[in-house]
Design a protein around this ligand. Structure first.
Ligand code: PLP
Length: 459
């Protein structure tokens, strides 16, 4: 059992605390101007009106000294919180020993590959090899290349609402218009299928009466003649959709999809970049199902606050990949490797205590949110697993018309003014994601729920 008072030491005390007269404050504004002047605003954060100066656990400070509760975890990166003292200590020791090792074997990198093999889900556990990257996009991009070599096939199936990164190959899988418009055409051979978004079912059906028509549709596309899907080498799917709106698939869905892949002879890739690393209450989100994936792409929350990603694939498949066919200069940096390893140790020690707590705390947060939002017309759906909770905002509960972007923006601003960072996602940009670091205290989590509800009520 993890003591709340131990977790409290990992974050700044007394959050939230806004001390500047207006938000953003004057120093923050100067930095924002400088950023807008010198950086491409194609970046993920765009013109988000926050500058991060210091971070600790589930809290951040801006350059004006404002202290905020962080419900973003750096978009699911800070699983064990920002600047975890054990991660910092391990990195400092490694810095004076060995950092860059030219994509050769190094002591830390080798230890990490072994460690990763031991935490994989059924089917891959201690029966896999890993390829290290610096990001989730790099992991997915490599998966696409390896699939071609392993299967000799040219098509890949992905899903509506999917986000798998924005490099050329993975961007072909990603569906968000802002990432695609004007940048195409992308890689050929991608087939997009409907993701089981039960709140807005593509088939107009309701679970469980639907009898998982959406999963059966995947089987139909992959395994019937004349659908155009005759050469699919792999299907890539998020075991809970992230950028697409924090959408968990209904029970039984992934199992049918996996079976459809097996019938077709396609590999099953679980993209765990956002939902992995303990976020949903299991080390890997796929572990909420009975599916054994052929490959896992991972990143974000695995790095322990530094860039680290990877592709882990079953050993028999890996034999088809030729030596020296995918070099990556910076992969497996000693400092990143030791940060990742320490991060994994913190997540998994004491029989996955922190991960299990994420599952329990997530249920508690959903209960608080549901209780406090009773009667609010703008909260349409509260869903998700563990600390990957989506709150879908609508104009009206009956029509489910998405809340417009102006109001969503006003809520984001209202949250910041009250000392809380939260970012929306979703196909309509109307899903607030409650995804704090796993080390957030219950006290801060409850405060965050109160602030969220108060903000929504007062916009
Ligand atoms: C499921 C998923 N895959 C891939 C990526 C791409 O990761 P990165 O931004 O590290 O390149 C993301 C990023 O949000 C993601 O959520």
């Amino acid at each position: 059992m993890i003591e709340e008072k131990e977790l409290a030491k990992l974050s700044y005390k007394g959050a939230p605390k806004i001390i500047s007269k207006e938000f953003p404050g004057p120093v923050t504004k100067e930095y924002l101007d400088l950023a807008f002047d010198n950086e491409s605003m194609a970046r993920g954060g765009g013109r988000f009106p926050l500058v991060m100066a210091q971070g600790k656990g589930a809290t951040v400070k801006d350059p004006d000294g404002n202290l905020l509760i962080d419900i973003t975890a750096g978009v699911a990166v800070n699983a064990v919180g920002r600047c975890h003292p054990r991660v910092i200590k391990a990195m400092k020791e490694q810095m004076g020993t060995m950092m860059h090792a030219i994509d050769f074997s190094s002591v830390r990198r080798t230890e990490l590959a072994h460690k990763v093999a031991g935490i994989m889900p059924k089917g891959l556990k201690n029966n896999c090899i890993s390829y290290f990257t610096q990001s989730g996009s790099g992991a997915v991009e490599t998966a696409l290349k390896f699939v071609r070599k392993i299967t000799g096939r040219t098509q890949v199936a992905a899903f509506h609402g999917a986000y798998h990164g924005v490099w050329f190959g993975c961007n072909s899988l990603t569906t968000g218009e802002q990432y695609r418009n004007g940048y195409g055409p992308f890689a050929p051979g991608v087939i997009h299928l409907p993701y089981p978004y039960c709140y807005r079912c593509s088939f107009g059906l309701e679970y469980p009466k639907c009898e998982l028509q959406c999963a059966k549709y995947v089987d139909y596309v992959l395994n019937s003649p004349y659908t155009g899907a005759d050469d699919v080498g792999a299907l890539i799917i998020e075991a809970q959709q992230g950028e697409g709106g924090y959408v968990p698939p209904p029970p039984g869905y992934l199992e049918i999809v996996k079976e459809a892949c097996e019938k077709h002879g396609a590999l099953y890739i679980s993209d765990e970049v956002q939902a992995g690393a303990g976020r949903t209450g299991k080390m890997w989100c796929i572990e909420h199902s009975d599916v054994e994936p052929d490959m896992i792409t991972w990143g974000k929350g695995m790095g322990g606050d530094v860039p680290m990603g990877g592709l882990t694939i079953r050993k028999d498949l890996a034999q088809k990949i030729e030596d020296h066919s995918q070099p990556n200069t910076f992969a497996g940096n000693g400092v990143s490797s030791v940060a990742c390893m320490t991060n994994i140790n913190i997540l998994t020690e004491n029989d996955n205590a922190l991960i299990k707590r994420a599952g329990e705390l997530g249920e508690q947060i959903k209960t608080w949110l549901k209780q406090e939002s009773k009667g609010l017309q703008t909260i349409g759906d509260i869903r998700g697993r563990g600390l990957m909770i989506g709150i879908e905002m609508v104009k009206d509960k009956e029509t489910k018309e998405p809340l417009n972007q102006q109001v969503v923006g006003a809520i984001v601003g209202g949250l910041l003014e009250r000392g809380m960072v939260m970012v929306p996602c979703g196909r309509f940009g109307n899903v607030f994601r409650f995804m704090p670091p796993l080390v957030i205290t219950k006290n801060y989590a409850q405060k965050a729920v109160d602030i969220f509800i108060d903000t929504v009520k007062n916009i």
